[in-house]
Write a protein that binds this ligand. Structure first.
Ligand SMILES: Cc1cc2nc3c(=O)[nH]c(=O)nc-3n(C[C@H](O)[C@H](O)[C@H](O)COP(=O)(O)OP(=O)(O)OC[C@H]3O[C@@H](n4cnc5c(N)ncnc54)[C@H](O)[C@@H]3O)c2cc1C
Length: 369
């Protein structure tokens, strides 16, 4: 279902990358926006993310289409910003190399992505070494795409919030939603730590907390959130340009020189390995990284972050207004760093222009009802 009338006044709960992007888009469209964030900007998953912007991790044609459009929206959004803007400085589109598996599995994944229309191609070790000469032990084959990028989720979130504020949005940090207010079967506002707020729509962009909040008003939104560990090294001179997804580690170099690394995406979750402590697992990641980058001296761990990935039960985004509760709009998803600029635009189109994009047709939260 879609909304019945154009939204003039919106309350957004959650100051992660998703809520911030929606706030910016809605404020730009002339909506009176108030955003409540319980802690600080990007305090949740958005500052604990690996930050890979991609269409590669798409397990269906629909999801691929959404992610491809997300990359297009990213590039357009960045082009509109001045060269020295924070958004452009913290985002880089330099491609990715992927070999979490080898052999037929790798080839099949490449073929599936190709069928969706992805420009990914399988390359061998010689081409790999030309692209990333500083990475040791190149794989026999891997999937290469020029399409992908990476962003610093915390910086981008703060940038979106600043843009939203410059367009008139009120951003309240340290302000938490206590409960949703309803009248005549509709959500009409919230009771918060900063008092009562009323709005035409309350947008829940509360990441991993969304299931609990939605359930408090009878909306079923099952989630299987997963913890993940991200480790930052000290800054080092430029050594790699792509996002590298190897079979035992994924890593990339941030624009400020830090290497950002984590466990492989398909290797289960950090919390699924009870014998691992964050400190112990970080040391293991550093050992793996040093083997990949033997020419880099003095690599050491500077920051260890444990985050929670918001993941709707079937793994796909949940975006829309539950039919059972008009006035409430939920937006929760994994891959939020990839999807944030696009979702900000699509949610605004739906709520302001009453036009729901076909790209969202499979992602309505009512699929769980
Ligand atoms: C280890 C890890 C690796 C990842 N890697 C990638 C990747 O490579 N690429 C990618 O695209 N995505 C990745 N993700 C996923 C991505 O980071 C998330 O999908 C995205 O950050 C979600 O953004 P969000 O704004 O929905 O949630 P969050 O950033 O979690 O923001 C939700 C906000 O809501 C606030 N909140 C909650 N409850 C309340 C309340 N009651 N009142 C007020 N505020 C409230 C929280 O404080 C929080 O700041 C990764 C995530 C993790 C943890």
């Amino acid at each position: 279902m879609t909304v019945s009338g154009s939204v003039k006044k919106a309350l957004i709960v959650g100051g992660g990358i998703i809520g911030s992007s929606i706030a910016w888009h809605m404020a730009t469209a002339g909506v009176k926006v108030t955003l409540l964030e319980a802690r600080s900007a990007a305090a949740g998953a958005s500052s604990n993310s690996f930050g890979w912007i991609n269409a590669t991790a798409a397990e269906s044609a629909d999801y691929f289409a959404l992610r491809m459009q997300a990359i297009t929206d990213y590039k357009q959004m960045l082009q509109r910003q001045p060269k020295d803007s924070e958004a452009r400085r913290c985002t880089r589109f330099a491609g990715s190399l992927w070999w979490e598996t080898q052999g037929s599995e790798l080839t099949e994944l490449g073929a599936r992505l190709h069928n969706y229309g992805h420009c990914v191609r399988e390359i061998g070790s010689d081409e790999f070494s030309k692209l990333e000469p500083n990475v040791a032990n190149p794989p026999e084959s891997c999937l290469y795409t020029e399409l992908d990028g990476a962003a610093e989720g915390d910086t981008l979130t703060r940038f979106f919030l600043q843009q939203a504020a410059s367009k008139g949005a009120t951003v309240l940090l340290g302000a938490s939603l206590n409960n949703l207010l309803t009248a005549n079967g509709c959500v009409c506002g919230v009771q918060s730590s900063h008092g009562k707020y009323e709005a035409d729509v309350v947008i829940l962009a509360t990441g991993a907390a969304t299931q609990t909040i939605a359930e408090s008003v009878g909306v079923n939104l099952p989630m299987e959130n997963r913890r993940g560990l991200i480790v930052h090294t000290n800054p080092v001179p430029d050594v790699i340009s792509q996002v590298i997804n190897a079979d035992d580690i994924h890593f990339r170099q941030a624009p400020d020189g830090h290497i950002v690394m984590g466990e492989i995406f398909s290797g289960g979750t950090f919390s699924a390995k009870p014998h691992d402590t964050p400190a112990g697992f970080s040391r293991e990641l550093l050992r793996r990284l040093r083997k990949r980058l033997p020419g880099v001296e003095n690599l050491r761990i500077e920051r260890v972050q444990l985050g929670t990935r918001p993941v709707p039960l079937d793994g796909y985004p949940a975006v829309g207004m539950p039919a059972s509760l008009p006035g409430l709009y939920v937006v929760t998803t994994h891959s939020g760093i990839t999807l944030a600029p696009l979702l900000g635009r699509l949610v605004t189109e739906e709520l302001v222009e009453c036009r729901r994009s076909v790209l969202l047709s499979t992602y309505h939260p009512d699929r769980f009802m």
